[in-house]
Design a protein around this ligand. Sequence first.
Ligand code: FEO
Length: 404
Amino acid sequence: MPIKEIKENVFMVGATDWDIRDFHGYSTERGTTYNAFLVKDEKVALFDTVKYHFKDDLVYHISQVVDPIEVDYIIVNHVEMDHSGCLPEIIELCKPEKIICSKMGHKALLDHFHREDWPYEIVKSGDSISLGSKTVSFVETKMLHWPDSMVSYIPEDKLLISNDAFGQHFATSAVFADEVSQCEIVKQAEKYYANILMPLSHLVQNVLATITDLGLDIDMIAPDHGLIWRTNKDDISSVGPGTILGLYDLWSKQEKGNKALVIYDSMWESTARLAKAIGGELIRQGIDVKMMNLGVNHRSDIITEVMGAKAVLFGSPTLNNGMLPSMADFLCYLKGLKPKGLVGAAFGSFGWSGEAVRQINKVLEEMKIELVDPGLRVKYVPSDQDYEKCRELAAKVVKAMNCD
Ligand code: FEO
């Protein structure tokens, strides 16, 4: 891909991964990018690198701007391998004077690459370095989303290089968020937030407060994945830094709306019938319902819908004395993302033992999801009485949703 100068003498030199469809369990239907940034000043600084297999792209792109040996500083905002996989080769090629990272970044680099001999310089929040005409200030963002994470701010350009934060898994030939469909960019940013940052929402609020407290004047946010959020002065209604900062504030507050998810899978349609009966009654009672069949919806897309939902219902028949593998997979993934403030219930059909509902309840209790009902268990195929129980369950859900 051609390189792009996003600010004067600030170049995107990373790589585009058009093919990736699974990012450690997250479905990346639009691929992704591994963004790296090169600032050419009296000192030349490279911000992050790329996934190992994209090293040649990075080297080629750097070479469009400078001879790689001219890179003075490599700034490691984040050590996860999609941004550091080719770091040893790039260090070997560039022989940088300094590798700048946070204290936890230093530890993580040692644990990844076992190289005590690299020229590390450890920085902390409030530190800055001069590149000549430009300055780079650092703000640690511990646990957002790794212990090593930090962001870099160039005040002369009003540019925040934000590592994973504010990113999207979105491969496109466009560079800026305002150059693509507003719906698509927000959808991808929301999916990214839900699947990576949701459990860290309280820390997101802290970082937003820090940005405010420091009075950072930002007119461009350059994340390590996806498109760049710029202030487009020719179209002030387009998405930009204010948009994504506002959305992060909204998403991290984890406020709940009038929305319920019915997440289910089925063997012989009995549990699907229960799901539809419960969902139908919720709709009749004025709830915004999303029916999420695990057989056709990817776990990471369902997680995106969990954002903003108040109620989540889980349906699985019993198979081999347990829940269906698709439900076990989803609950495992959901539990790791630590959703907050949900009410819920389980339901499912069974033939003779019927453990699935009890097992789902146990996981929901571990997640501190408030159970509105002990769970609806139906033998084989639902009867008229069972459909009445579905309506009763839906009524309990509505009551719990309205309790706050
Ligand atoms: Fe894009 Fe946390 O790595």
